[in-house]
Design a protein around this ligand. Structure first.
Ligand code: 13P
Length: 235
């Protein structure tokens, strides 16, 4: 069993989300499938996914429980509608919304406090890779985002920034090398094996090569998770 997690990003209305789930929710799979739609579709999908073997995740949240934070969504709101997972620290949030490791760390802790499993995203930029700084960059993100995080109830997504939405995926060997490094850091930190999944231009034609790597516990898929036919091939 590996994780196949769909990150729909800013795509699909409620109607489109429900239509998608109606078409795929009875599909058989031996994997753990999690769908992360936009906030507006979460509540409807929570009902639509009941009784299926697919789980629900959000794409972001704020770290406070409630209060004067216009436009934000709290972990308890997510938990109360039946979310199990939440993606945190995605590079698109770091790039477009100036999220930094310290903010992400607060979110990781808040998610865990509320019984949500954080899917913490880390990954190097193209220039970091070209300069031979991949491991340093990833180690730094891990160390800062997990600072004083106690519980091992977490998933880490290795998403090289240069591979996201580019069609230019890391090779399974490149991913595997970084996964092994991340797994070692996490084992030292938590004394336990933590799942590490890969994200970045995963498609039906490449998914098998990723999932057959021992150090890759699953995939986090963006664009290939948006269309029912492609998604069914993935799962
Ligand atoms: P793509 O699969 O579209 O490259 O997106 C990956 C991603 O960002 C998943 O979180």
């Amino acid at each position: 069993m590996k994780f196949i997690i769909a990150n729909w990003k800013m795509n699909k209305t409620v109607h489109e989300s429900l239509d998608f789930v109606k078409k795929v929710s009875r599909a058989k799979t031996r994997h753990k499938v999690v769908i992360c739609p936009p906030f507006t579709s979460l509540n409807s999908l929570a009902s639509a996914l009941k009784g299926t073997n697919m789980l629900l995740g959000a794409q972001n949240m704020f770290h406070q429980d409630s209060g004067p934070y216009t436009g934000e969504i709290s972990p308890s709101m997510l938990k109360s509608i039946g979310c199990d997972y939440v993606i945190l620290g995605h590079s698109e949030r770091r790039i477009h919304f100036q999220e930094n490791n310290e903010m992400i760390c607060l979110k990781v802790k808040a998610a865990q406090r509320h019984g949500l499993v954080p899917i913490l995203c880390v990954g190097e930029t193209l220039s970091e890779r070209r300069n031979g700084n991949t491991f340093d960059a990833v180690a730094r993100q891990l160390s800062l985002c997990l600072s004083s995080v106690k519980g091992p109830n977490i998933l880490v997504a290795y998403e090289p920034v240069w591979a996201i939405g580019t069609g230019n995926n890391a090779t399974p060997e490149q991913a595997s090398e970084v996964h092994s490094f991340i797994k070692l850091q996490l084992k030292k930190r938590f004394g336990k094996d933590i799942p590490v999944i890969y994200g970045g231009s995963v498609s039906p034609s490449t998914i098998k090569s990723f999932l057959s790597e021992k150090s890759i516990d699953g995939v986090l898929v963006g664009s290939a998770s948006l269309e029912t036919g492609t998604f069914l091939k993935l799962i």
